[in-house]
Design a protein around this ligand. Structure first.
Ligand code: NAD
Length: 501
């Protein structure tokens, strides 16, 4: 089949597929085959306008639809997602490359947020104070914002849209979702499943595209807010541009997550955790552990245990019985592999070289095996850059204090973990670290859906984290009403500032 015979993925606007007006497209790969399997449309500003117009029209009704009706749609969507999750997992594996079990895990975490959103009648309740002054009541409402924009990254093509879309919709907003152009199909699947669940046309729209679509969304006068997840430079740009155009913005950025291992830790547990959190999803997770900070004298023993476990990992096609899949594109694979040359040039020790991997998959797949680098200098780009691949660095330190200084010294503050048997040390770490999500003997501390997800520093621009209570706050705005139902005996002129008596 030639490239021109391949399917082209449409936008989803106003409850139906739409080809839009732009003729630009981008290739979508199956990373385990190394082949282009389809193309995706790249929207023009006019296509984005059409989606915002559909969302604006839908908001007039959806924003006033009863809570009960909105809740019914969310419950119906939950049933579809739950019963057909294998279908979605297959899409994730074919476009992202992650192994099927990992795709299933991603969907399960997205499902949690859908279930949380099913409780929106309780979550988005206002408050009421009766008789704040004689015959006067005050109550507050949480009203939807209007049309909200959601821009998502390639690494969780189902979960990250599900961090935002269910809560936005359940609280009465209408959505324009701009997913990653690298693995776009799951967003169409989600939109179609919502339509099947009874969501009216125009409440959820999917516009595929690149910078042109993002810029059109960030500057559109009828878009009230932007929820973004991606790399730090783009997150910063999105935050600055969106807020300059009067929008409420939450922009989640990149990460470099450290795992601090104290000498008293159970090193078998630590080695399991480091391998799972370092190489799951080929390290393409914002909560992946990328640096293990080993407090003396455990470094050598830990390296031995991690290396032993890495020897048993199978890299290959995620549809087969493998532990780890390919990277998202050939360019990204080559960029990540380039850091191995940097490590050697900077004097680090390449303990396991992923370039030598024999993958259980097609020869052209974007393979890079699990890689372990010891004695990484903290001045090396291997340490300072977010690599976003299956590369685990080990840094040795002499003390807890030196380790915490490393955790706090970088520009990111997404996730971190401590491994120890000492409760006092763990408690101290929790207070000492300048990081938004902390694990204690848990390597990937992604909060459950009824808490909120987000980092500090350059891992999150804006005031609101994703999902949980902060997600509900983000997608609603409060209106406070002071009302008096006049007793016939009241009245008269009084120009003084209202006082409550
Ligand atoms: P990315 O920043 O390249 O892309 C994210 C989104 O921005 C995509 O929709 C993309 O189309 C769009 N985009 C890309 N370039 C743009 C530009 N120049 N102008 C405007 N929009 C642009 O990120 P990615 O490579 O898709 O995802 C990986 C990154 O996301 C990593 O840095 C990872 O840490 C981060 N991430 C963070 C979290 C978190 O919760 N903090 C979660 C997942 C991923």
């Amino acid at each position: 089949m030639t490239s021109t015979d391949l399917p082209v993925l449409d936008h989803w606007i106003g409850g139906a597929p739409s080809a839009g007006t732009s003729t630009r497209t981008a290739p979508v790969h199956d990373p385990a085959l190394g082949e282009v399997t389809k193309h995706v449309r790249l929207a023009s500003a006019a296509d984005l306008d059409a989606a915002v117009a559909a969302a604006t029209e839908a908001f007039a009704t959806w924003g006033r639809t009863s809570i009960a009706r909105r809740q019914q749609v969310m419950f119906a969507f939950r049933e579809i997602l739950n019963s057909r999750r294998d279908e979605l997992a297959a899409i994730l594996t074919s476009e992202h490359g992650k192994v099927l079990s990992d795709a299933a895990g991603e969907i399960a975490r997205g499902l949690e947020v859908v279930e949380f959103a099913c409780g929106s009648p309780h979550l988005a309740k206002g408050a009421h104070s009766v008789e704040v002054a004689t015959d006067v009541d005050v109550y507050s409402l949480k009203e939807p914002l209007g049309v909200v924009g959601v821009i998502t990254p390639f690494n969780f093509p189902a979960m990250v849209p599900l961090w935002f879309v269910p809560i936005a919709i359940a609280t009465g907003n209408t959505v324009v979702l701009k997913p990653s152009e690298k693995d776009p199909s799951s967003s169409n699947w989600i939109a179609e499943a919502f339509a099947e669940a009874g969501l009216p046309p125009g409440v959820l729209n999917v516009v595929h595209g690149d910078k042109e679509a993002v810029d059109a969304l960030l500057t559109h006068p009828d878009v009230a807010s932007i929820s973004f997840v991606g790399s730090t430079p783009i997150a910063k740009y999105v935050y600055e541009t969106g807020t300059a155009h009067g929008k409420r913005v939450q922009a989640l950025g990149g990460a470099k997550n450290h795992m601090l291992v104290l000498p008293d830790a159970d090193l078998d547990l630590v080695a399991d955790a480091a391998v799972n959190a370092g190489f799951g999803s080929a390290g393409e997770r914002c909560m992946a552990v990328s640096v293990v900070v080993a407090v003396d004298p455990i470094g050598d023993e830990l390296i031995e245990k991690v290396t032993d476990r890495m020897g048993k990992l199978v890299t290959g096609d995620g549809r087969r019985a493998c532990d780890m899949g390919p990277l998202i594109t050939r360019e990204h694979r080559d960029k990540v592999a380039g850091y191995l040359d940097v490590a050697e040039a900077d004097g680090a020790a390449l303990v396991v070289d992923g370039r030598a991997v024999e993958a259980d998959g097609a020869a052209d797949g974007f393979w890079l095996g699990p890689t372990l680098i010891d004695h990484v200098p903290t001045t090396s780009a291997v340490y300072t850059d977010e690599i976003f691949g299956p590369v685990l660095s080990v840094v040795r330190v002499a003390s807890y204090e030196e380790g915490v200084a490393l955790v706090n010294g970088g520009p990111y503050g997404n996730g971190t973990a401590i491994f120890t048997h000492d409760g006092g040390a763990a408690r101290r770490f929790v207070r000492d670290v300048q990081v938004g999500m902390v694990g204690v003997n848990v390597p990937i501390p992604v909060p459950v859906a009824y808490h909120s997800f987000g980092g500090w520093k350059q891992s999150l621009f804006g005031d609101a984290k994703a999902y949980g209570p902060q997600g509900v706050e983000f997608f609603t705005r409060e209106k406070a009403v002071t009302s008096r139902w006049m007793d016939p005996s009241h009245g008269g002129i009084n120009l003084g500032f209202p006082q409550n008596t």
